[in-house]
Design a protein. Structure first.
Length: 330
């Protein structure tokens, strides 16, 4: 039935692992530890591209929640956008004002205003430093703004394939001609398209039992060749597609489906937004050099940042939800 929504619990695990990878990358990039080896020189720095995996998961997840209702016209567009703002803005606004209080300036005030519109992803080449990792939110919200058009593209499978090809060409042109990076929705749209494509073919994929193992094998191969090809965009598209396809078949508890993954996956977006703020606090507390071993220091710092971001995200989100319930009742 159209009203029934199937939940793919494995996606919480995917969000959790991607979130952990991004925090690992940012902690490494913002410290001066003397670390060497493949893991620290290649692997962890490459986790910056996990933001593209988040985009593919977002594209798929939005389709799970709204595609059928959008296509059938059985959706209130006003409620749709109100829900986007209600879900995102309070927590992001809290971070922006905290950042402004800590580092007040007129430029920061300008950036906070742009952030609070949630439309800053439409500003060409914007270099916003207030909640710097918030560029991802700007790109995702631009996708939300385009979601009705996104559903139009997916409504016909031939049109969807043409849109997929066109969005990849646009990604390529952004890299070689327009000098636009991941902050541009034109650059990143292809990753959301991958999520949408898996969604519209999910029934066909789920009917092929061997597709689970095919996706796992392709995932292992694509991760293996990631570090040996100059164009990582195609590889990231393949990785995102394989992970989403694999998630369609995982319905039992395991690495990706358990209470911890469900909890962290549910607040992974908030953890992503606040973890660099927590990093700065931990750094000011001089907890980045508690031993003489940089490898141990890096691990301890990551644990402190991730744990702190998780606690902050959970408590802040809970308090915001309670406050909004009180305000709505009044």
């Amino acid at each position: 039935m159209m009203g029934e929504k199937k939940r793919y619990d494995a996606l919480d695990g995917v969000r959790t692992l991607a979130c952990i990878g991004i925090v690992l990358m940012h902690v490494l990039a913002n410290t001066e530890y003397n670390l060497s080896g493949f893991i620290y020189d290649k692997m962890i720095p490459s986790f910056t591209n996990l933001t593209f995996l988040f985009m593919s998961v977002s594209g798929f997840g939005m389709c799970c929640g709204y595609y059928d209702r959008m296509i059938s016209g059985n959706i209130d567009i006003v409620s749709f956008y109100k829900k986007r703002y209600k879900k995102i803005l309070p927590f992001f606004a809290l971070l922006c004002f905290m950042d402004l209080i800590i580092s007040p300036s007129l430029n920061s005030l300008y950036e906070v205003f742009a952030n609070l519109t949630l439309c800053f992803g439409l500003i060409p080449n914007a270099d916003i430093t207030v909640i710097g990792v918030g560029w991802f939110l700007g790109t995702v919200f631009a996708f939300y703004m385009l979601f009705p058009f996104f559903c139009f593209l997916l409504a016909d499978k031939k049109r969807a394939w043409l849109a997929l090809i066109a969005s990849y060409i646009m990604n390529y042109l952004c890299r070689v001609y327009f000098d636009a990076g991941r902050k541009s929705i034109a650059y990143s749209f292809i990753f959301f398209m991958v999520g949408g494509m898996v969604y519209i073919y999910k029934e066909e994929i789920e009917k092929i039992a061997s597709m689970k193992w095919i996706s796992i094998i392709l995932l292992v191969l694509s991760v293996g060749i990631y570090y040996f090809v100059p164009d990582t965009t195609l590889v990231m598209l393949l990785i995102g597609t394989c992970i989403l396809m694999m998630s369609l078949f995982i319905s039992e508890k395991g690495l990706l489906i358990n209470p911890i993954m469900k909890f962290i996956g549910g607040i992974s977006f908030e953890i992503y937004l606040c973890h660099m703020f927590i990093f700065r606090i931990v750094e000011k507390l001089h907890l980045s050099d508690v031993t003489d071993n940089d490898y141990i220091n890096y691990i301890l710092l990551f644990i402190a940042v991730f744990a702190g971001a998780t606690v902050f995200a959970y408590v802040a989100k809970m308090m915001i939800n309670k406050t909004m319930k009180i305000l709505i009742k009044e």
